[in-house]
Design a protein around this ligand. Structure first.
Ligand SMILES: Nc1ncnc2c1ncn2[C@@H]1O[C@H](COP(=O)(O)OP(=O)(O)OP(=O)(O)O)[C@@H](O)[C@H]1O
Length: 610
């Protein structure tokens, strides 16, 4: 039933190309006429030869030339149109799928592996394209060819025709049995391919990790397993195809010999001409051939419908927006952001990640959220940006609940600097330009200046047009962060959401990043997740989050004086940094970064305040 659904859905794409399909249908029907004409032509040549009719050969030769030319043109049209229609439908499906994927909520991306999605965009898309072109037209052509050939055979000699037809069901049965086995196997191969793509996606995107941990051998071993599972499926496919081919060919040859013997007998008896016998043999191939290819085609179609289902599964996933958002050009006014009794647990988790969170952030204030890992800090940001909806409680901006806002309107209040810089392959200009569409080169350069990124960008071979590689891999961690900050600067939204990177940067780089952050925070309302408490001592209010709850709040001095959770965190960080600094000193105080070793954190907790 599901398969039918997939076919009906696919038909809506096919119906958009009625004209091409109509021409393709005519070309296909004409190819059948040409096949029958070929049988007729062979019989004429044979008869002329048997009758020693030399004169007839001139006309037949001309006919042959025209026939071959027409057949050639028809074959060209058929192949071209089938490939063309496949390409068109694949293109439309890809675009629709991308449009939908971009509209999917964050929860979808959290649940599904990007490699699996990738395989739907590529392998499944290709399989569906083939179904809409070659497979479908061959499914139409083969039965029609068999019927037309059978009619012609009956016209020549009905008894012989019926004898030949009797082998058809046998061939069909063979094809069906093996077709089922083939389908089950190809589903397994497809699943294995999808798992392998996901695996490749993970490891090829993190080459530094597998190198640093020296897990190449383990990955190779794991990949060998994946690759072997695909190969074993393909070997099984070869066995099934081999067996189908062998049985089909034995049955086909048997039919051929049978027809030859019987037709020869009719010729010897004088009730069939030699030319008719030749035509008969040719037609018989047209009659029997489809019986052996049809089950394979049906299996192929079913496999493609399985692929279509996987594509439609993505398109059926509930989007978070009906229409892809437009980037807002106008800065909205902002006065106050409020969270009232906000509670939230991730859909697949029983744990509450946020529990009755209350806060108020007014214009121009700087608020910092600190706390142990897993406390709920990033989750808070995800809810603010509308990636997830709260289970209870409310978020409001300017006293308007965000639940009633368009997502693009909500997101226009925030400039987000994520922990991972979130840069794309492409030029620096394009990446920073994502902050505001249509930004001029001067504006981009100004943003780079403010983010302390201008100098290093100008030193790159092509300046702002330099390609930064996958996720900015050709840049240092600090450079990536500064570009991410420049992008947020360009957006110039009223509230800055800054998820401070936990990655250790060398001193110089960190100073540059901190300066950039300070500029970014100037005159801005800021909500910052801070991992280094030293960076937030000037914040107007500090919230300590633990187990999804705000367990303490207040100014830096106030919280230290209270000697509570913040005090503990602060002291433990001081101790840790003192230990690290001790380690650094014991190494002779040389520049670790210049010595080629991993940089240790050297600053004390009070340094580098914002
Ligand atoms: N997509 C998810 N699905 C299920 N649980 C999640 C998901 N993301 C986070 N969690 C859980 O929610 C809780 C809060 O996580 P969150 O990422 O908000 O912590 P955090 O305070 O930002 O931690 P860190 O400082 O390490 O970044 C954790 O227990 C975490 O395991």
């Amino acid at each position: 039933m599901k398969k039918k659904g997939a076919f009906a859905r696919l038909s809506t794409y096919m119906l958009r190309h009625k004209l091409i399909y109509s021409i393709l249908l005519l070309v296909t029907l004409f190819s059948i006429v040409l096949d029958l004409t070929m049988a007729w032509f062979l019989s004429r040549i044979t008869d002329a030869a048997v009758r020693l009719d030399v004169e007839a050969f001139t006309g037949l030769a001309w006919f042959g030339v025209i026939f071959l030319t027409v057949a050639g043109i028809n074959t060209f049209l058929s192949v071209y149109l089938k490939t063309n229609i496949s390409a068109k439908i694949r293109n439309e499906l890809r675009q629709d799928m991308m449009g939908h994927t971009l509209a999917l909520p964050q929860s979808y991306f959290d649940r599904n592996h990007s490699g699996d999605l990738l395989s739907r965009f590529t392998n499944d898309n290709q399989s569906v394209g083939e179904a809409c072109g070659h497979v479908m037209m061959d499914l139409l052509r083969n039965p029609l060819l068999a019927v037309a050939s059978f009619a012609y055979l009956i016209y020549i000699n009905w008894l012989l025709a019926l004898i030949c037809l009797s082998v058809g069901p046998l061939l069909f049965l063979t094809g069906k049995i093996f077709g089922n086995a083939m389908r089950a196997n190809s589903v397994r191969v497809q699943e294995n391919m999808s798992r392998t793509t996901a695996f490749l996606n993970d490891i090829l995107g993190s080459s530094m990790v597998f190198k640093a941990f020296s897990i190449e051998r383990r990955l190779q071993k794991q990949y060998v397993e994946y690759s072997e599972s695909i190969a074993s499926g393909e070997k099984k496919k070869a066995r099934i195809e081999g067996a189908t081919g062998a049985i089909s060919s034995v049955l086909g040859n048997l039919t051929f010999l049978l027809a030859l013997v019987i037709a020869g007998w009719f010729v010897a008896k004088g009730s069939l001409e030699v030319g008719a016998m030749i035509a008969f043999i040719q037609l018989m191939n047209y009659l029997v051939g489809p019986f052996s290819v049809l089950p394979g085609l049906v299996a192929s179609m079913q496999q493609s419908l399985g692929a279509a289902e996987r594509i439609f599964e993505v398109m059926d996933a509930a989007p978070e927006v009906e229409v892809l958002p437009e980037q807002q050009m106008q800065q909205p006014d902002f006065n106050v952001l409020q969270l009232a009794d906000l509670s939230f647990g991730y859909p697949e988790s029983e744990k509450q990640s946020l529990s009755k969170v209350n806060l108020e952030l007014t214009r121009g204030k700087q608020m910092a959220v600190v706390g142990p890992s897993g406390g709920g800090k990033s989750t808070l940001f995800k809810l603010l940006l509308g990636f997830y909806k709260p289970d209870a409680g409310e978020i409001s901006i300017n006293n308007q609940a965000i639940a009633g806002m368009q997502l693009e309107q909500l997101r226009s209040y925030f400039a987000y600097v994520p922990q991972e810089s979130g840069l794309y392959t492409g030029s620096i200009r394009d990446n920073i330009g994502n902050g505001r569409p249509g930004a001029t080169e001067e504006e981009i350069i100004e943003a780079l200046r403010q983010a302390n990124a201008y100098d290093f960008v100008m030193e790159l071979p092509e300046g702002i047009h330099t390609d930064i590689g996958e996720h900015g891999s050709r840049l240092s961690g600090g450079q990536r962060q500064r570009l991410s900050i420049a992008r947020a600067m360009l957006k110039n939204a009223p509230i800055l959401l800054l998820d401070e990177a936990t990655a250790a940067l060398d001193n110089e780089s960190e100073k540059m990043v901190q300066q950039a952050i300070r500029k970014l925070m100037k005159d801005k309302t800021t909500l910052v997740i801070a991992h280094r408490l030293s960076t937030i001592q000037n914040a107007d209010i500090i919230l300590v989050m633990e187990n999804g709850e705000i367990v303490e709040r207040g100014g830096h001095e106030e919280l230290l004086a209270a000697e509570g959770r913040y005090f503990e965190l602060y002291n433990s960080q001081l101790e840790q940094e003192a230990v690290e600094e001790g380690q650094y000193s014991s190494l002779g105080g040389e520049s670790l970064s210049s010595g080629g070793m991993a940089p240790l954190k050297q600053e004390t907790a009070v340094a580098g305040t914002l």
